[in-house]
Write a protein that binds this ligand. Structure first.
Ligand code: FAD
Length: 391
């Protein structure tokens, strides 16, 4: 791998405490030594590297932005930079972590009762139990706030869940899947923790994706799934609470986008120094340098934006539109950057072995999940104009 410090152009890592920087280096070492050499094979076969989980768990990176409940803590900036560092080598592993530690643990951390947080978060922080987050449905994606069709019916001390979910990351093997469903009683969206193996809960692996092929996305059928009232997230009373989780995780996706772009850029920079045409390294051609500097500018601007957002998060001042702007901006810049990197490698850019093609493909999913560019743009547009333009 090229020297990672090169792409931290404005030295954002220096904003971390010494302990944070050490953790970042441990994550970098894990990703470069244990993940990088094998990940293309998993990507090709659409498989998840379960055997790497114990080493990843040992890093203590699940729950960096949460306080207590066995979580490592460390703050929003460190959490974001770790997401970036993981994505810098592999966007699928970053997505796995984002779903587990962000969406699933975040739902429990933000919406669970004290007892629920004590019950579920410590084993998830240790990554002994893995989480998933089921919001999207086959016919309801961007319009989830109003359109969820999965239902929850109260029956004594239990709830009965019925419906379909689509795209649910980690769900083929997750121990806890947060299912968001509409309460038939009051019409509001509520969150339920469904444990692996619950009767009527059937996840089916989605195949033939062209992006994030290592991530195990599932189609889920919920057929009369019974969960106790104690498994309903006690602090989730409406979609407003679901949105609070997304506010947190969209910032993480913006960091993932920086990592994905940075990984492609670093590979392209190294390639430019090694590849010769017309008798000299292509790094010496003006037009190649133009591509490299455009990439670096995209990465630097995006990373600076994310770092400031992390400060707002840390201060409790981040609002939906702050995360939405970062997610939309950074994913657009990522998509442009990975395209430039591929261009710089010429034909070799489409070969997996040259380490750029996977970023190009994976960027397509990051661009669309957790709110497409359009939806995040509409969130910002509503905030700055006061006019909602969703429908
Ligand atoms: P649609 O909502 O059908 O949108 C199609 C197009 O219409 C988009 O371009 C969109 O921007 C546009 N559009 C929609 N509404 C408007 C509007 N009002 N104005 C302008 N344009 C509009 N979901 C989960 O719940 N859990 C997961 O773990 C998860 N993981 C995922 C992993 C991957 C790899 C992918 C691809 C998706 C994942 N998702 C997950 C789902 C993801 O969040 C949705 O794909 C996303 O929200 C968009 O929904 P959709 O794909 O149904 O697109």
């Amino acid at each position: 791998m090229p020297d990672a410090a090169d792409a931290d152009f404005y030295a954002l890592e220096s904003l971390l405490e010494p302990g944070g920087r050490e953790l970042l280096l441990r994550v970098r070492e894990f990703m470069e030594k244990s993940v990088q050499p094998v990940i293309n094979r998993y990507w090709t076969r659409e498989e998840f590297p379960h055997e790497l989980l114990p080493e990843m768990a040992g890093l203590g990176i699940a729950g960096l932005s949460y306080q207590g409940y066995g979580c490592p803590g460390g703050g929003s900036l460190l959490d974001g930079m770790v997401a970036m560092e993981v994505a810098r080598v592999d966007a699928s592993m970053a997505t796995f972590l984002g779903v587990h530690a962000g969406l699933a643990m975040g739902s429990i951390y933000l919406c669970g009762s004290e007892e629920q947080k004590q019950r579920w978060l410590p084993p998830m922080a240790r990554m002994e139990k893995i989480g998933a987050f089921g919001l999207t449905e086959p016919d309801v994606g961007s319009g989830a706030a109003r359109g969820l069709t999965t239902t929850a019916r109260r029956d004594g001390d239990e709830w009965v869940l019925d419906g379909q979910k689509k795209w649910i990351g980690n769900a083929t093997f997750a121990d806890y899947v947060i299912i968001w469903a509409r309460d038939l009683g009051d019409g509001q969206v509520k969150g339920f923790v469904v444990e692996k193996g619950t009767p009527g809960f059937t996840p089916t692996k989605m195949r033939d994706k062209i992006a994030l092929r290592v991530v195990q996305n599932a189609h889920i059928s919920l057929d009369g799934v019974r969960v106790p009232e104690s498994s309903r997230l006690q602090g989730a009373d409406s979609f407003r609470d679901t949105a609070a989780v997304l506010r947190l995780t969209r910032a993480g996706v913006a960091w993932q986008a920086v990592g994905c772009a940075r990984g492609a850029y670093e590979q392209a920079l190294a390639y430019a120094g090694q590849r010769s045409q017309f008798g000299r390294p292509i790094a010496g051609f003006q037009l190649v340098q133009d591509l490299l500097v455009r990439m670096l500018a995209n990465i630097t601007a995006s990373a600076c934006l994310c770092a400031r957002l992390a400060q707002l998060q840390q201060d409790g001042a981040a609002e939906d539109h702050h995360s939405a702007l970062a997610k939309a901006f950074c994913t657009v810049r990522m998509r442009e950057t990975v395209g430039y990197a591929r261009e710089l490698l010429g034909g070799n850019g489409i070969l997996l072995e040259n380490q750029v093609g996977r970023f190009v493909a994976d960027a397509e999913a990051i661009y669309s999940y957790e709110g497409t560019r359009e939806i995040n743009t509409l969130i910002v547009g509503r905030a700055i104009t006061g006019a909602s333009a969703f429908v």
